[in-house]
Design a protein around this ligand. Structure first.
Ligand code: NI
Length: 170
């Protein structure tokens, strides 16, 4: 956070078949796995393209209580909220290490995009899955979760807010 690159609007991917995209996805997967995150957006590793990856697969040690989200590569994503229900939940971010904040998100969304083979992805999801997708797609529009916190008293160091709990970034 503080790097101006994270505040830019990223460009759509035009060519799904490029070696650059393959290299980017490899780099993103490695980064997410190394940092044990639940999601990652391309601008977080310095690439201003509309690519996000997310998923917890097997229960993530960092999110033992969270529902399993299928490992997903989502390119050129679009989100539509379903209904107006908004839920607050705690978020962290690999670009804002060590911090957590309480962020309102749509409880249920419909999202679509394509995977790296160009296959359509279209899902209706709620809860944690919906939250992760909204967080990651925000990165593509230059939005970091602290910008969405309603009451800044609900923003702080993870170790102060949740002493003794394992770190939870992103
Ligand atoms: Ni993030």
């Amino acid at each position: 956070m503080g790097d101006a690159a994270l505040l830019k609007v990223s460009a759509p991917v035009r060519d799904l078949d490029s070696p650059e995209l393959r290299a980017l996805l490899l780099d993103m997967r490695d980064t997410m796995a190394a940092l044990d995150g639940a999601g990652l957006a391309a601008p977080q590793i310095g690439v201003p393209l509309r690519v996000v990856i997310f998923g917890t697969g097997a229960p993530n040690p960092r999110y033992p209580e969270a529902e399993v989200v299928p490992p997903t590569v989502l390119i050129n994503p679009q989100i539509e909220p379903i209904g107006e229900q908004v839920e607050e939940g705690w978020e962290g971010c690999l670009s804002v290490p060590g911090m957590r904040g309480l962020v309102p998100r749509y409880a249920e969304i419909h999202y679509r995009g394509v995977d790296e083979q160009g296959r359509d992805i279209e899902r209706r999801v709620r809860g944690f899955h919906a939250r992760v997708v909204q967080h990651e797609v925000d990165h593509l529009d230059g939005i970091l979760y602290p910008m969405r916190i309603v009451d800044m008293r609900d923003f702080g160091f993870q170790e102060e807010l949740f002493p003794g709990e394992p770190e939870q970034d992103e």
